[in-house]
Design a protein around this ligand. Structure first.
Ligand code: FES
Length: 244
């Protein structure tokens, strides 16, 4: 983990509510991978507020592109303070034909960085937007991604078949009560499958990260055995191991 600076190089609106911000980053962030994020302070001098967590959606040599709300103005050429990389990579099964991504009452942004890699490896991807997530504009996503809309009770067309076809599932939920929403997702899977194996259904946790370095314990998740820190062991945590 390093504190470095980055330059905002380009800002592009990609939907009604979102924009993509391309950053030229320090070489220390060159090997960031899908799953990892950065903590950002726009003002290079110290301020009393927590850093914002920015989620990459694309990686290129020396650059990362992050997705941000469109109503915030970012000035190309500005220098920002970056702390990262935060968290661990998304881990995939060796044999992977189909991955299901779920966003429940929140934009799917933390999940998007894995899509280019999965498609390049001939893995098909379905993105299911549930509840208020259906307002997320998906026109900038690859046309190879199947996008499905579900409701606030996690019903969507062909749900049982999709759960059966998925080799792995990654879900992100609104951060106000992640355990409650992940528990609802777990119940849906439990009702549709005979068993939920390990390394199959992951919650991508997205709480406020005061330190991002494993020091403050504010991002602690209770597991069936022990605890995990989102900023060190996450963001993806196997829900079969979480106390839901
Ligand atoms: S944010 Fe401080 S320990 Fe994770």
């Amino acid at each position: 983990m390093h504190e470095t600076s980055a330059i905002i190089e380009r800002v592009k609106g990609v939907g009604h509510k979102i924009q993509h911000v391309e950053l030229a980053v320090h070489p220390l962030l060159a090997d960031m991978k899908a799953g990892q994020s950065i903590l950002v302070r726009l003002n290079k001098s110290w301020d009393p507020y927590l850093r914002e967590q920015w989620w990459p959606v694309k990686f290129a040599p020396g650059k990362i592109t992050v997705e941000r709300p469109r109503e915030i103005h970012y000035e190309p050429g500005s220098e920002i303070s970056v702390f990262g990389p935060i968290g661990d990579w998304y881990r995939f099964r060796r044999t992977l034909r189909h991955v299901l991504l779920l966003a429940y009452d929140t934009p799917p942004t933390p999940l998007l960085s894995m899509i280019p890699m999965l498609l390049a490896n001939q893995t098909s991807v379905t993105l299911v937007l549930n509840g208020s997530a259906i307002t997320y504009d998906t026109r900038h996503l690859s046309p190879e991604v199947e996008v499905v809309h579900g409701d606030a009770d996690l019903n969507w067309p062909n749900r049982v078949m999709m759960l059966g076809l998925a080799d792995q599932v990654f879900a992100v939920v609104r951060p106000d009560d992640e355990i409650l929403r992940f528990a609802k997702i777990w119940q849906v899977f439990e009702a549709s499958r005979a068993e939920i194996p390990r390394n199959y259904l992951f919650g991508v946790f997205n709480p406020v990260l005061p330190c991002g370095a494993g020091a403050c314990q504010a991002c602690m998740i209770r597991l069936k055995q022990g605890v995990a820190l989102t900023c060190m062991d996450g963001p993806a945590i196997d829900l079969s191991q979480v106390m839901l």
